[in-house]
Design a protein around this ligand. Structure first.
Ligand code: NAD
Length: 494
């Protein structure tokens, strides 16, 4: 049976004359036929979204009392949670990852964001201040948070459902209309999300789903639409720059969560068991396709050989391509196209004077997985800091290890990148950890851990890793306009 994934626009499932095939990176099999949204469909979604958030139907959503809107969202969240098995299936089908990973990392964790954001919104406090007018009257002001209107949410393929929920939940909670454009590589879980919206009391138009690509397709139509009031995007830095340019027309606000070239810093006093467990996850989890993944490790010279041989041994023994494995393993990259890019970077290692102590190529299975997009977990050493492999984001299961001698040198090496997303510092010296973390120019620094994340904590990036911070209260603020209401109290004229 062919699965057809349609657009969901203003409460209606909409087919398109143009479709594209979504294939599995696990074995190249056909996953679904996806209907690509046209410019007219995107316009219909925007028009309906405007009406229900800040337009003539705003009493149905944007101007609905918060207590009623949040009750609808919490009912929706419960319905979504009841579909968690379908969300997991969708994520596994699109990405080729294991069921264990989809269950522990994606499914319920994503669905839970709607309740988390509803609770956070209930606790939002307004600001207020009394002041005197020049003629002696009194006055005061208070702030209220208004929906911005239509928020375009453009998502990447690496953690499709989680990214979608991180954007859609705060947008809806604050009374906006959300238009979700999932990656063309991962249309399935977003479609389950839309199915649940269709069964809920979220009014038509408050959520729309459009499928397609970037330029001259759904993504481009959405970002260039003048009635899209704000855009929240996660993806590559280059795409973020293109979207920021598109949003400049009409001065629409953007939040851009972009790429990284993250470093781990391992000091001489680190607990090497903890380090190897942590760096294995940080380099290889999700086949290295997490924006926070570690692609550079700087290790104190006294521990570098030990680190390299232990990490290489672990990398050589990671389970690859077993979707039923009930624990850490890695699946394929998202597509053959992405694998070409990662393999292209692997190929630069020898040319730049480096070598692999683990991996460095494509695994062979001797079965249908050879039609997938797998790559070996790879550990490289011996490269100069100027090498392409050390500078460019691979977004794959690859890491380069280099030694350092001094603390200041380690900080300088870590900061020597145009990116600025995350780092992890491994040391038993608590003073050193807290002395150094603020010196690393990144949005998130982990100490003796990696990706230990409260999803409501701030998410920011320096350099080309992003602008317009998100996460928790910051997301609620991004999705709303702080309106100041000032009133004058006339004095007694008697
Ligand atoms: P991508 O930039 O290729 O695509 C992301 C989305 O943008 C897709 O939905 C795509 O269709 C759309 N798109 C592409 N061009 C567009 C355009 N011109 N206008 C409008 N939409 C457009 O990114 P990707 O390959 O899907 O994701 C991988 C990247 O995402 C990596 O660089 C990774 O570091 C980054 N990422 C960052 C974070 C973070 O929080 N900082 C999180 C996850 C992923």
């Amino acid at each position: 049976m062919t699965i057809e994934l349609k657009n969901f626009i203003a409460g209606t499932w909409v087919e398109s004359k143009t479709t594209f095939a979504k294939t599995s990176p696990f074995d190249g099999s056909h996953v679904a036929t996806v209907h690509e949204a046209t410019e007219q469909m995107v316009d219909d979604a925007v028009t309906a979204g405007r009406a229900v958030s800040i337009g003539k139907r705003s009493t149905e959503w944007g101007d609905l009392p918060q207590v009623r809107r949040l009750a609808i969202i919490e009912d929706f969240a419960a319905r979504l949670m009841a579909r968690v098995d379908d969300l997991v299936e969708a994520e596994v089908a699109d990405t080729g990852r294991s069921y264990w990973q989809a269950r522990t990392f994606d499914g319920a964790r994503s669905a839970g964001l709607f309740t988390a954001y509803a609770n956070l919104a209930r606790g939002l406090e307004a600001r207020t201040r009394n002041f005197d007018t020049p003629n002696g009257d009194r006055a005061f002001w208070y702030t209220t948070r208004r929906p911005k209107g239509v928020i375009g949410a453009i998502c990447p393929w690496n953690v499709p459902l989680l990214m979608a929920c991180m954007k859609v939940a705060p947008a809806l909670v604050m009374g906006n209309a959300a238009i979700l454009k999932p990656s063309e590589e991962t249309p399935s879980s977003a479609t389950v999300l839309a199915e649940v919206v269709a069964q809920s009391d979220i009014p038509d138009g408050a959520f729309s789903l459009i499928h397609g690509f970037g330029p001259n397709s759904a993504g481009g139509f959405l970002t260039s639409h003048p009635d899209v009031d704000a855009i929240t995007f996660t993806g590559e830095s280059g795409t973020g720059m293109a979207i920021m340019k598109a949003a400049a027309d009409g001065l629409r606000e953007v939040s851009l969560e972009l790429g990284g070239k993250n470093a781990a810093l391992v000091f001489e006093d680190a607990d090497m068991d903890q380090v190897i467990e942590g760096v294995t996850r940080s380099a290889f989890f999700n086949c290295g396709q997490i924006c926070f993944c570690t692609e550079r490790a700087y290790v104190h010279r006294s521990r570098a050989d030990e680190f390299i041989s232990r990490l290489a041994e672990v990398a050589n023994n990671i389970i690859v391509g077993d979707q039923q494995h009930n624990g850490f393993s890695i699946g394929p990259l998202i597509s053959r196209g992405h694998r070409d890019k990662v393999v292209g970077l692997l190929d630069t290692v020898k040319q730049s004077g480096g070598e692999f102590v683990a991996g460095g190529g494509i695994p062979e299975f001797g079965d249908t997985r050879d039609a997938g997009a797998f790559v070996q977990p790879s550990v490289a050493i011996g490269l100069p800091e100027t090498a392409t492999f050390v500078k460019e984001e691979a977004f794959g299961p690859v890491i380069h290890v280099a030694p350092f001698d001094e603390e200041d040198e380690a900080v300088a090496l870590t900061n020597d990148t145009r990116y600025g997303l995350s780092t992890s510092i491994w040391t038993q010296d608590i003073n050193r950890a807290h002395r150094l973390a603020p010196r690393i120019r990144v949005g998130h620094a982990w100490i003796n851990s990696w990706q230990l994340r409260d999803l409501l904590s701030p998410l920011a990036g320096a350099g080309i890793s992003g602008v317009g911070d998100q996460g928790g209260q910051l997301s609620l603020e991004f999705c709303s306009l702080p309106q100041t209401i000032t009133t004058r109290i006339f004095g007694d004229k008697a």
